[in-house]
Write a protein that binds this ligand. Sequence first.
Ligand code: HEC
Length: 152
Amino acid sequence: MKSATWLRIASCVALALAVIVSGISVVGTSRALARENQKSIYAILNEAPEKAKTSQNPFAGVPEAVAAGGKLFEQHCAECHGKKAGGTMRGANLLSDEMQQAAPGTIFWVLTNGVVRRGMPVWSKLPEPQRWQIVTFLQSLRPGGAVSSTGK
Ligand code: HEC
């Protein structure tokens, strides 16, 4: 009788330890993953070829393009990047310093090519002007960028 009680206590303790240990390793893994994500996010913006980086946005600063881009963003991008582009579990924060410093051509290049291995779809099927409108919208979110009419 007594030893059975001890056995029960011991197995409870073992279970609790197992839960704690696995909890710690889950936290550790997700931290490592977050770090890994950060790294690759910088890498993607740096991967754009020089020629793509310097291509000019035909809609730069055009308010209508900001509005149109905002609608397109909501349709196609918000589910992963959040309505305000602040990011979700599924997609990167697009208000980061790296994004704010990125050339319009770089963002266009990311859209055109996607980051398929990490879950960012290719948007080359979206007509070029629409891709540039989205770029214009994203750049309007920068401090000092054109005021967005769809900042929601
Ligand atoms: C299915 C989810 C999903 C959708 C939809 C999506 N993205 Fe992404 N996007 C991602 C993921 C995941 C990443 C991160 C890739 C990585 O690890 O660097 C990403 C990365 C990006 C980046 C690079 C960010 C950076 O800081 O390097 C940009 C720019 C971007 N997305 C813009 C868009 C735009 C604009 C749209 C809509 C046309 C869109 N995305 C739609 C998932 C998505």
